[in-house]
Design a protein around this ligand. Structure first.
Ligand code: GAL
Length: 628
C-alpha cells in the first residue's frame, strides 16, 4: 500500500509543472538562442522530396532561389532535411555522408559536407542541416522502405545526437560550417520495444519519453534538459550566435511554452501536409500562442506546402491563404516545393513583397485574434511603424460575410481608416467605423490599415505581444489545449477513435481573451482589450522609450475556476515595485492600477495568489492594460 502511494506520488510529481520565480527580476529574461530578429526564411528539402534527396536536387532549387529573386525577397537558408547520412563510424563516432546522394562529400575516407556548404555560401545563401536529439531519426522509423536510410550495424545506424552531442555540433557548425540546424525528436518517441524496426533488432530500444498527444506520459523536464544541452553546445561552438536552431518536437512536451528558451524557433504541431485542413490545423496551433513569439523567438507551424497538392499552381487561392496565414502569424517561411518545377505565377506569389514585409516586420509581433468563430477569423498584427496588418480568413467551403470594425484594429471609429491590399499592392479605399466583405471559400484577404489609434497617445499591451516574455504562466498542471481545428492527418484514417486536443499549453496568457478563451470580464464589466492570465504569474513587458504611464483595470475574472482565493496585482518597473492592489476576490469590481513609467524600460506584471485554491486556477484580467 505504502509502495503504491509512493509510486503514485512519484508519477504525479513528474507531471507537476515546474514554475520559475514569481518575483520580479528587473531584467528582460529572454536570452536569444541564435540570431533571427525576424522569422527565418528559406527552402527545405522535406516537403518536396522526403528522404529522396540528392545534392543536385537541392542545388537546383537553390539556383532557382537566386535566379528568380526569391533570395532577394528573403528566402536564403537552404536546408537539407532528413536523408543525408550513411552511418556513424563507430571507431571515432564521426558521421559519414551518403556520397552516392551528395557526390561533393566524397572528399576522402572521412566524407565532408563542407564542399556543399561552400557552394551554398558562394551563392550568397545560408546552409541548413537536420538531425535528431535521440539516437535515431524519423526516417528510420517512418520511411522504412527507403533505400536511403543509414546502413550497417544498429550502432552504425545511430546517427542522432544522443551520446555525440558536442562532437556532432562541432562537426556541423565548426568543420562543415552550417548556419542552421533542425533537431527532431523521433529518437525519443518512436523506438519503443513494440515497434517492428526495434523488435527486429535493426535499432536499439529507447523507451519513449515523448508520447504524442499525452502530456502526462511524456517527460517534459527530461526533454527540455536534452535541448538545453544542445543549446549550450551550440553557444560554445558558435559564441557569436550566428545560427538558427529549429526545435522540432511537434508541439509535444509543452515545447510551445519552453521552446523560446531553447531554440530560435520551435514546431507547435505535427507535420503539415499538402491538404487545406492540415494547414489550418497547423495554423491554429500557433494562433493562440501570441505571447510566446517575438524578435529572436518564433512559433513554427511548419514548412510551407505552397506548390504542392492543394496549394499547387492550380490552387493559387489556397496557396495565397496559406502564405497569408503564415505572414500574419510571423511564422518562419520555409518553401517546401521542388522549385525547378514551380510556375512563374507561384514564384511571384512567394515573393509578394508586401505580404513578406508583413511577415518580416521588424517589430516581430505575432498577429492577435480579433474575432473568431469556427468559420471565420480576423487577426491583427501591429507593425513597427504603427500601421496594422489585418487578415480576414474564411475557413469554410462556401462564401462568407465579414464585418471589419475599427475596434478590431484598435482604431478610432470616428476617424477614416485607409486599407491597402497586400496582395494587389494597391490602395483599397477608406472606411469609417466598419466595412463589409464577402470572401470566397477558403480565401484570406490581407491588408495593411492606417488610422487613428483608439488611444490618442498610447497602446494596449495586448497589441504588442512581441514585447512580452511569459516569465511565469501560472499553470499548475499541464493540460491539452482544446482550441484548434482538428484535421485528420493525411497519413491516418477515421478508424482510430477521432482526432483529439493534442498539444499542451492550455491556460497560457492571451491577448484580449482569458487563458481559456472567454471574454475578459470582471464583475460583469467586459474588457475588449487586455491581458488574460492565471494567478501566480509574471509577465515581463518591454516599454516603448518615452513612455509615461501604465494603467489597467484589474481583478479576478468572472470565468475563473477558483472562486475563493484572493489575488493581488503588482506592477514592477526595472526591479522596483511601482504599484499594487490589496488582495482581490471573485465578484469584486475591477480596480484601477496605475504606475509612473518615466525612465522605466521593463515592467513586470505580477498576479499573486493568496492561499490555496482547490477548485482550480484563478483567472485574472489586466483589463485595458495600456502604456501611454
Ligand atoms: C518529422 C519532421 C518533419 C521532417 C521529418 C523527417 O518528424 O516533423 O518536418 O523533418 O521528420 O523525417
Amino acid at each position: 500500500m505504502k509502495l503504491l502511494a509512493l509510486s503514485l506520488l512519484v508519477a504525479f510529481s513528474a507531471q507537476a509543472h515546474a514554475q520559475p520565480t514569481l518575483e520580479a527580476t528587473g531584467r528582460w529574461q529572454h536570452q536569444p538562442v541564435g540570431t533571427a530578429p525576424t522569422p527565418p526564411m528559406g527552402w527545405s528539402s522535406w516537403n518536396a522530396f522526403r528522404v529522396d534527396i540528392t545534392e543536385q536536387k537541392v542545388l537546383d532549387s537553390a539556383r532557382v532561389i537566386v535566379d528568380s529573386g526569391l533570395a532577394a525577397a528573403g528566402y536564403r537558408s537552404i536546408n537539407v532535411d532528413d536523408g543525408w547520412w550513411l552511418k556513424r563510424r563507430t571507431a571515432d563516432g564521426r558521421l559519414q555522408v551518403r556520397t552516392g546522394l551528395f557526390p561533393s562529400a566524397a572528399t576522402g575516407a572521412d566524407t565532408s559536407l563542407r564542399p556543399f556548404t561552400d557552394r551554398i555560401h558562394a551563392m550568397g545563401l545560408k546552409a541548413g542541416l537536420y538531425t535528431d536529439i535521440g539516437r535515431n531519426a524519423c526516417s528510420q522509423a517512418y520511411d522504412a522502405d527507403s533505400p536511403n536510410l543509414p546502413e550497417g550495424t544498429a550502432a552504425e545506424r545511430e546517427v542522432g545526437l544522443m551520446g555525440f552531442m558536442r562532437q556532432d555540433v562541432a562537426l556541423f557548425f565548426g568543420e562543415w560550417n552550417f548556419d542552421y540546424l533542425k533537431v527532431d525528436g523521433c529518437g525519443l518517441s518512436s523506438y519503443g520495444r513494440d515497434r517492428p524496426h526495434v523488435a527486429s533488432g535493426q535499432y536499439r530500444e529507447y523507451k519513449p519519453t515523448i508520447v504524442e498527444g499525452n502530456i502526462n506520459q511524456s517527460d517534459v523536464d527530461g526533454t527540455r534538459k536534452l535541448y538545453a544541452g544542445l543549446r549550450d553546445a551550440l553557444r560554445e561552438v558558435r559564441p557569436r550566435g550566428d545560427y538558427v536552431l529549429s526545435v522540432c518536437l511537434w508541439g509535444t512536451v509543452n515545447v510551445r511554452s519552453w521552446g523560446q528558451d531553447h531554440g530560435t524557433m520551435w514546431r507547435t504541431s505535427r507535420d503539415i501536409a499538402n491538404s487545406f485542413s492540415q494547414m489550418v490545423h497547423n495554423f491554429d496551433t500557433v494562433a493562440t500562442r501570441e505571447f510566446y513569439a517575438g524578435p529572436g523567438r518564433w512559433n513554427d507551424p511548419d514548412m510551407l506546402e505552397i506548390g504542392n497538392g492543394e496549394f499547387d499552381g492550380s490552387h493559387l487561392l489556397e496557396a495565397r491563404t496559406h502564405l497569408g496565414l503564415w505572414a500574419i502569424a510571423a511564422a518562419p517561411l520555409m518553401i517546401g516545393t521542388d522549385l525547378s518545377k514551380a510556375s512563374p505565377a507561384l514564384i511571384d506569389m512567394l515573393k509578394a513583397p508586401e505580404v513578406i514585409a508583413i511577415n518580416q516586420d521588424p517589430a516581430g509581433h505575432q498577429g492577435v485574434i480579433a474575432y473568431a468563430d469556427s468559420d471565420r477569423q480576423i487577426l491583427v498584427k501591429t507593425l513597427a511603424d504603427g500601421r496594422k496588418a489585418v487578415l480576414l480568413f474564411n475557413r469554410t467551403g462556401v462564401t462568407a460575410k465579414f464585418t471589419l470594425t475599427a475596434e478590431h484594429l484598435k482604431m478610432d471609429a470616428a476617424a477614416p481608416i485607409a486599407l491597402r491590399d497586400a496582395w494587389a499592392r494597391a490602395d483599397a479605399g477608406t472606411f469609417t467605423g466598419s466595412k463589409e466583405f464577402e470572401l470566397q471559400p477558403r480565401e484570406a484577404l490581407l491588408f495593411t490599415a492606417t488610422g487613428r489609434h483608439l488611444l490618442p497617445r498610447g497602446y494596449f499591451v495586448s497589441e504588442r505581444p512581441g514585447n512580452v516574455y511569459v516569465a511565469r504562466d501560472g499553470i499548475r498542471a499541464l493540460e491539452q489545449d482544446p482550441i484548434g481545428y482538428r484535421a485528420l492527418a493525411s497519413w491516418s484514417t477515421t478508424d482510430n477513435g477521432g482526432t483529439r486536443p493534442a498539444y499542451a499549453g492550455w491556460g497560457g496568457p492571451r491577448a484580449d481573451s482569458t487563458p481559456y478563451d472567454q471574454a475578459l470580464s470582471v464583475q460583469r464589466q467586459v474588457f475588449r482589450h487586455g491581458v488574460g492570465v492565471l494567478a501566480d504569474s509574471r509577465l515581463q513587458v518591454q516599454v516603448a522609450p518615452g513612455s509615461q504611464r501604465f494603467t489597467a483595470r484589474v481583478g479576478v475574472d468572472d470565468s475563473t475556476r477558483g472562486k475563493t482565493a484572493a489575488v493581488s496585482f503588482e506592477v514592477w518597473g526595472d526591479g522596483r515595485r511601482l504599484a499594487a492592489t490589496p488582495p482581490m476576490k471573485f465578484n469584486q469590481p475591477a480596480r484601477e492600477l496605475g504606475a509612473d513609467l518615466r525612465g522605466v524600460r521593463l515592467i513586470e506584471l505580477i498576479a499573486r495568489q493568496h492561499g490555496a485554491e482547490p477548485a482550480g486556477p484563478v483567472v485574472v484580467t489586466w483589463g485595458e492594460a495600456r502604456i501611454e
